[in-house]
Write a protein that binds this ligand. Structure first.
Ligand code: 4AD
Ligand code: MG
Length: 484
């Protein structure tokens, strides 16, 4: 007989029909010659209850139905007398497909997340990780659907690259060279001529640069793929391998970019509320009692749009009023997560899109704000732009800061002027050998354009209420850990 998935079995009302279900035993209990099995097959957070009479089954077989075992049940679908479930299965035949002894690491309930990370290959079978992985899948569907519906083309950028998009130099090298016998030139530099690609290559930190080539030809594209960063950040928000979504759009200005960021992220959150109700209800109960309320809150709120300079003023004001931060936040400093979270969680109590960062702390490709005359009385060295005054030159970045996450999106308008882009590259002493193709977009038919990158796992953190980024990806890659 054909197998019915548990999610479908629970919806069926043709009581009295034969049914076959398969899955893994969550628990078994018995009393007065009857046993009850909670069976889960991963299709839903919900278990289906299997009821059997001891006298109808081989005693030795029944003993093998332990937590974690895999079984096949043929039986009859019946209306359930128990509360909270419409149907259950009265077992006629049970076959143990895979036994599971007491060494099964996920046997006990309520293990710590730390413990489960050490057994990440088996944690997927727990309620929490099942819920997180189903939500992760749903978020991927939301993202593809959003962009498809809005006329963006899914554009595939290479994972192996010779350029460093973010210019931060934290890249993993890709080589087939014999590391025990490296040939070097007179200056002691490694010779790459005989390497697979004939030059030094790495895993990409971002698909943006190639994404811009797509956007300036197809109008609007998005990427969705793995990204790699060899930053030695052992935090609950950083992975060495994470998934990023990078839309890039021609003829988009800063206001429109912010509109896109806000609309897109709200669409994803709404999708979760609409499509992941059971899993969210579980996580709301077990992980974070304010989860659903927080998701609904984001949909209601209009995101605050705030310049970096205004943000710094608020933080300085907080310090004056006695608030203590671990890291400094003078104008020109990169904001730490504690600063971002102060603005979002304590000051505004809603998501913030922070704009117009100091040029020096952002990437080379961002569009510079055109300076205007500053009002009289402004401090020396001030630069005016778009109705604001800042102590130095700024660029049109648009990062989205979220409660409990900090930065969830990093975005910007791109510098479309050939001269300005080249000046910035020179100013940063960047090697243009591997950037000429990128600069060509500004040489031939340059156009205003903008885009952003959303860290997929940071979105999943927000939507699931999980606290550690290692727990929202099946097999996390972090410093000193590439297990599984
Ligand atoms: O702010 P980032 O570095 O921006 C870029 O890479 C741009 N090229 C994006 C673009 O404009 N197309 O990274 C974008 C986002 C961050 O906001 C964060 O959500 C996520 O990627 N991210 C990480 N997520 C997990 N682990 C890490 N180590 C991450 N680094 C960045
Ligand atoms: Mg960033």
């Amino acid at each position: 007989m054909k197998r019915t998935k548990v999610i479908d079995a629970l919806k069926r009302t043709d009581f009295g029909s034969n049914i076959t279900v398969m899955g893994w035993v969550r628990s078994k209990r018995g009393s007065k010659g009857i046993f009850f099995i909670a069976l889960n097959d991963g299709s839903t957070i919900k278990n289906i209850q299997i009821v059997g009479e001891d006298q109808n089954f081989d005693e030795a077989m029944v003993k093998l139905i332990t937590t974690g075992a895999c079984i096949k049940v043929n039986g009859v679908l019946v209306e359930s007398p128990a509360a909270g479930q419409a149907s259950e299965v009265q077992a006629k035949e049970i076959e143990v497909l895979g036994t599971c002894d007491s060494t099964y690491p996920m046997q006990k309930k309520g293990q710590s997340f730390e413990y489960m990370r050490q057994h990440a290959h088996m944690r997927l079978r727990t309620n929490t990780f099942g819920a997180v992985m189903r939500i992760r899948h749903n978020m991927a569907m939301a993202i593809h659907t959003y962009f498809h519906e809005h006329g963006f083309f899914y554009f595939h950028t290479p994972l192996i690259t010779a350029s460093d998009c973010e210019g931060a130099g934290n890249m993993f090298q890709v080589t087939t060279k014999n590391l025990y016998d490296l040939k070097k030139d007179e200056q002691g530099k490694i010779i790459y001529d005989d390497d697979f690609f004939g030059e030094q290559t790495s895993l990409t930190v971002s698909g943006q640069l190639e994404g811009e080539l797509g956007a300036t030809a197809l109008g609007a594209i998005y990427t969705f793929g793995p990204t790699f960063r060899a930053e030695n950040s052992n935090t609950p928000r950083h992975l060495a391998e994470f998934w990023m979504i990078e839309p890039e759009v021609a003829f988009l200005d800063q206001e429109e970019l912010m509109d896109l960021e806000e609309d897109f992220i709200k669409y994803c959150v709404r999708w979760a509320l609409d499509h992941c109700q059971d899993d969210l209800a579980f996580l709301n109960q077990m992980i974070d009692k304010t989860l659903i309320e927080r998701l609904q809150g984001v949909l209601k709120e209009e995101f605050v749009r705030l310049t970096y300079t205004e943000g710094i003023n608020i933080l300085q004001e907080a310090i004056k009023n006695g608030h203590k931060f671990e890291f400094p936040c003078q104008w020109g400093d990169d904001l730490a997560s504690e600063h971002e979270r102060y603005l979002v969680e304590e000051h505004f109590k809603k998501p913030v899109i922070m704009t117009d960062y100091p040029a020096a702390i952002k990437s080379f490709y961002m569009k510079q704000n055109t300076p205007v005359t500053v009002p009289e009385g402004s401090p020396e060295g001030s630069v005016g732009y778009r109705g604001c005054v800042a102590p130095g030159p700024t660029m049109q970045g648009t990062d989205v800061l979220f409660p409990s996450i900090g930065e969830i999106i990093g975005g910007s308008v791109r510098e479309e002027s050939l001269d300005k882009l080249q000046a910035e590259i020179q100013h940063r002493h960047m090697d243009t050998t591997h950037l000429e193709w990128y600069i060509d977009t500004r040489r031939w038919g340059t156009c205003p354009h903008a885009g952003f990158g959303l860290g997929f796992e940071r979105l999943i953190l927000f939507v699931t209420g999980m606290q550690n980024i290692r727990d929202v990806i099946p097999f996390p890659r972090t410093p000193k850990n590439a297990a599984f």
